[in-house]
Design a protein around this ligand. Structure first.
Ligand code: ADP
Length: 255
């Protein structure tokens, strides 16, 4: 089938990446027990593109996502997002950036069961002390195809719909980067496919930037760029690969 996606914006001197990591290092523990999770990672994610991160278990994917999203601090290096180096930002600034420029969605959705879809989506605005614009909440829910589910509670929604609510919640503040940690890991194949198509549309039609960790070659193949981690280092990178190529590369790394 012909791929009609527009070519992604390529980072150049004229384009500031939405996210940039320079020689990022992060270890856990001390002395003989030290584990190096990230061993000098440099990565640029151009604005309005989607990057997937893959690699064997323990290769540093979660650490990379958490450090890039300001959920954990790097030991060394720089993490640039929305004009700030997260590694030097004060705790107060990090909190502000997490509430305004960073969206995060997880494999397990993490929705509040007692709240409706609309109330879940409005939550980041409330937590940030911002005015809850109901039209904005409706618009974001519509953008993930859930205009008619605003008053439903999570238990009344399918897994795929719950993940859409979680993505709408991550997008309501119009973050510079949407971080997704295994967003399709808990979904059946059909729901996963429709969530991935929605993410693709967010990039192509709304100019959203996405950084995603996944184990699923079919999910990675929807991204513009796939980077592979092994032992805390980026060891390979594929541009708009097909799922079979991704799967073969991952299998080779998993040995
Ligand atoms: P992945 O997401 O690819 O499975 P992680 O980023 O979770 O990899 O982990 C990378 C390495 O860092 C692993 O060896 C893991 O055991 C170690 N690690 C991650 N988080 C911690 C932690 N909080 N304390 C100690 N070691 C950790």
């Amino acid at each position: 089938m012909t791929d009609l996606r527009p070519a992604p914006v390529v980072a150049s001197g004229a384009t500031t990446p939405a996210l940039a990591l320079h020689d990022v290092r992060r270890s856990y523990g001390r002395g003989a027990g030290t584990v190096t999770a990230l061993d000098g990672v440099s990565l640029e994610v151009p604005a309005r593109t989607w990057t997937a991160v893959m690699g064997p278990s323990g290769s540093g994917k979660s650490t990379l996502l958490h450090v890039a999203a300001g959920l954990e601090r790097a030991d060394q290096g720089q993490v640039w997002l929305a004009g700030h180096d997260l590694t030097r930002a004060s705790d107060q600034m990090l909190t502000r950036l997490r509430r305004s420029e960073i969206g995060f969605c997880f494999q397990s959705f993490n929705l509040m069961g007692a709240l409706t879809a609309a109330q879940n989506v409005a939550l980041p605005l409330r937590l940030g002390g911002r005015h809850v614009d109901k039209a904005r909440v409706r618009e974001v829910l519509a953008s993930v195809g859930l205009a008619d589910r605003a008053r439903h509670r999570p238990r009344e929604l399918s897994g795929g719909q719950q993940q859409r609510v979680a993505i709408a919640r991550a997008l309501v503040t119009e973050p510079a980067v949407l971080f997704a940690d295994e967003p399709t890991g808990a979904l059946d194949t059909a729901s996963a496919r429709s969530v991935l198509t929605m993410l693709r549309n967010l990039v192509d039609q709304r100019g959203q930037t996405i950084a995603m960790v996944t184990h699923d070659p079919a999910a990675a193949a929807r991204a513009d760029t796939v980077v592979f981690l092994a032992d805390g280092r980026i060891v390979d990178r594929l541009e708009r690969p097909d799922a079979a190529t991704v799967a073969a590369r991952l299998a080779a790394l998993e040995g």
